[in-house]
Design a protein around this ligand. Sequence first.
Ligand SMILES: *Cc1c(COP(=O)(O)O)cnc(C)c1O
Length: 385
Amino acid sequence: MTDPRTARAEAIRALSIPSSLLPADGRFGSGPSRLRDEQVDALGTTYRGVLGTSHRQKPVKELVARTRRGLAELFSLPEGYEVVLGNGGSTAFWDVAAISLVERRSEHLVLGEFSQKFATETTNAPHLLDPLVVTAEPGSLPRPVVDEDVDAYAWPHNETSTGVMVPVERPAGAREDQLVLVDATSVAGAAQVDVSQTDAYYFAPQKAFASDGGLWLSLLSSAAIERAGRLEAQSDRWVPGFLSLQAAIDNSRKDQTLNTPAVATLALLADQVEWLLEQGGLAWSDARTRATSGLLHQWAERRPEVTAFVSDPAARSQVVTTLDIDESIDATAITSVLRAHGVVDVEPYRKLGRNQLRIATFPAVPESDVEALVAVLDHVLDATA
Ligand SMILES: *Cc1c(COP(=O)(O)O)cnc(C)c1O
């Protein structure tokens, strides 16, 4: 005899979900994330003649210029800050920062897989002392500890692997020469932020900016720019050319990248930044993502089988909602029947290893699609109860 959990999983997997319930767009992944149709269509029309042309000529440089201008406006860039970009995604920026921004020793808040990765880089870097690491259980929120001995504090604005959002504020009592490096990869563009609280607010285009991967972007303070120049001038520090922040700064000022960028990524990004501004900027996207993630949390409160993984409501992400499913129900059966119906990428972060759904509500995801997703999930649970 099959046990009840297996029997229910089989029933879930065999379910046929009425198409009238399905969202118009079934992409709910935490990155890469859904692109708007208008962006994709523009690649074949507006940008048809720009794709496949030189990144040292005006049409591609204009995409970079539009992105830099648009981001400066979107984030109300404070005096002295610059929008800098380079190839390699946020993962590359961790190495850029380990070379060009951390002087001797950094402090890291580690609350999940992404924040761990940066701490691992500075731990392995032979030119740096081992970092000070403040660790929190996945799903909970650590706070920075002011320490005389560090020259940079690092944490994620949104820990994408767990769905915890960390406030972006300079630690009270931190010295001016201690830089604040915030990994905003999955929430930049989706939430209000005061960039002056950071020295590097960095991200990649494939999450809230609904573009493709491959680039990193960083809003740098004058203190960060000064630090990079000074560290890279030191004779005892090897700066691999690809990881030089100074090279990225110099190229960005000319609206270009050190080496060849993905032109399509730039086109998608420039359009999304301008779309966000047209909708009402960060005030608009912040309100939308609070509303859409709120629908998921209201659903979790309504369903006895579902519990928010992040127990502290104040620490819950407005772009990545993590929901634990009761052990009597196999969450992989749910994600697999959804996938068979075109509702994709709501699997939990693989290394977290929980019986969970992880649902992204980036600015390009309208409320109507989240309402439909909730109806689909209700159907799956109710039809197999
Ligand atoms: C996705 C993500 C990254 C990795 O970005 P890549 O562009 O793939 O390197 C880093 N940090 C956070 C918080 C992320 O969500």
